[in-house]
Design a protein around this ligand. Structure first.
Ligand SMILES: [Zn+2]
Length: 412
């Protein structure tokens, strides 16, 4: 037989376990990335985000429908976004559609255009062009999506449980967005999913106390999944210095007791996947000059660092690369409906990552490919480093002469 590429490794993470074979980890799938292009390209962009992804072992990203302008709430907007991305992507890119008040007639056409599902908010999204759904709207959208078996992913925080926050104290910011805000919103999602039979997914779960409710819903046959993010698994609120707004996300990073409980929910399979929620902005919006947690943009940049950050903690907990491949590759690929992605298997795309699980390094923001190097991981010592990434067998980031080879994907 003839091969285009042969990769040899002593440790390869296959669908049925880790053993010697001609490759290592499957390329990761990050289903939660805010690229922000077109419209807020000064925040990130397809070229910079996908280079960061390639450097971090992520071979497919799914772009969020908001923060770009226009938001991806119609087929016309999706076409604009695909046009903006064309020819710039170093890894494969799929797209989420948005579900907002008044665009229910666009959901089916967007689904038929290949979006991997729909995102909605249950409170102010932070940008005026992407308003939230009310409880009745949520149920109505889930009813529509049930008819086409499309997935709804939900930013689940309840505004009624959130207080205004200001000042440089991270603890006050965390207290302003308590676990009950997530709980009340997730309750709404569960009841709407139960009533409609639709598939729903909780993005960026932070409040570990909600795991019991999610587990119960799953056990009852409700079609519910959940993700958490590297920053909730790596950082704890007690460590965040005053004014360090690079740590701000919504929902917030919580205390170390919560972090331990989140890990247990992940290890128990209640939380299905770990994805970045990479949501950068220009440094002046992130710090607002004064370190005020109320004023700063809520979003953490980690696309290039997620694998190392999660592995640093996971290996200490005795978890394996098989767990990593499930949480960060096969489960997100299944969530987004991308069957050629997320595992090393005959017939799948040859998206590969040579990963050294033992290398220790310190995060140097100058080495990040993100548009802006602002990240709470700056200066952290992480374990496990990506050595090489391949997309469909092609090595990425080998030299300056390369052209971007990423494709724009449709679901399925
Ligand atoms: Zn997000």
């Amino acid at each position: 037989m003839e091969y285009d590429l042969v990769v040899r490794s002593r440790r390869a993470v296959l669908a049925d376990g880790t053993r010697p074979a001609a490759a290592l980890l499957p390329g990761l799938i990050d289903t939660h990335v805010h690229v922000n292009e077109p419209g807020r390209t000064e925040w990130e962009g397809f070229a910079t985000a996908t280079r960061a992804a390639a450097a971090g072992g992520v071979t497919t990203i799914c772009d969020m429908p908001l923060n770009s302008q226009p938001p991806t709430t119609s087929v016309t907007a999706l076409e604009e976004k695909r046009a903006a991305a064309a020819g710039k992507c170093w890894v494969d890119v799929a797209f989420w559609g948005g579900a907002v008040p008044g665009n229910e007639a666009s959901l089916r056409p967007l689904h038929e255009s290949g979006v991997v599902g729909f995102k909605c908010f249950l409170l102010d999204s932070g940008v005026p062009e992407f308003p939230p759904l009310e409880a009745a709207g949520l149920r109505s959208v889930l009813g529509s999506l049930a008819g086409i078996d499309a997935l709804l992913i939900v930013h689940a925080e309840d505004a009624a449980e959130i207080k205004p926050a200001s000042g440089r104290d991270f603890g006050s910011f965390v207290a302003s967005r308590p676990p009950v805000a997530e709980r009340r919103a997730i309750e709404k999602v569960i009841s709407a999913a139960a009533a409609t039979g639709a598939r729903a997914h909780i993005v960026h779960l932070s409040a570990a106390e909600c795991a019991a409710m999610i587990s119960g819903a799953k056990a009852a046959g409700i079609r519910l999944t959940a993700e958490t993010c590297p920053h909730y698994l790596y950082f704890a609120a007690e460590q965040v210095p005053d004014g360090a707004t690079e740590f701000k996300s919504c929902p917030p990073i919580r205390d170390s007791v919560n972090r331990e409980a989140l890990w247990r929910a992940l290890e128990a399979g209640v939380i299905d996947c770990v994805v970045s929620d990479h949501s950068p902005c220009p440094p002046e919006l992130k710090s607002s000059g004064s370190g005020d947690f109320g004023a700063a943009w809520g979003g953490i940049a980690s696309l290039q660092l997620g694998l190392s950050a999660v592995w640093t903690v996971a290996r200490r907990r005795g978890r394996t690369l098989d767990d990593m491949a499930r949480w960060m590759a096969s489960a997100p690929a299944a969530l987004a409906g991308l069957p050629a992605k997320g595992q090393l298997a005959v017939g799948g795309d040859a998206d590969l990552v040579a990963f050294d699980p033992d290398e220790v390094y310190t995060v140097d923001p100058a080495q990040l490919h993100h548009r802006h190097p602002v990240t709470p991981y700056a200066g952290r010592t992480l374990t496990g480093r990506v050595r090489q990434t391949w997309l469909r067998g092609m090595p990425l980031l080998e030299g300056d002469s390369e052209a971007p080879v990423g494709r724009l994907l449709k679901r399925g």
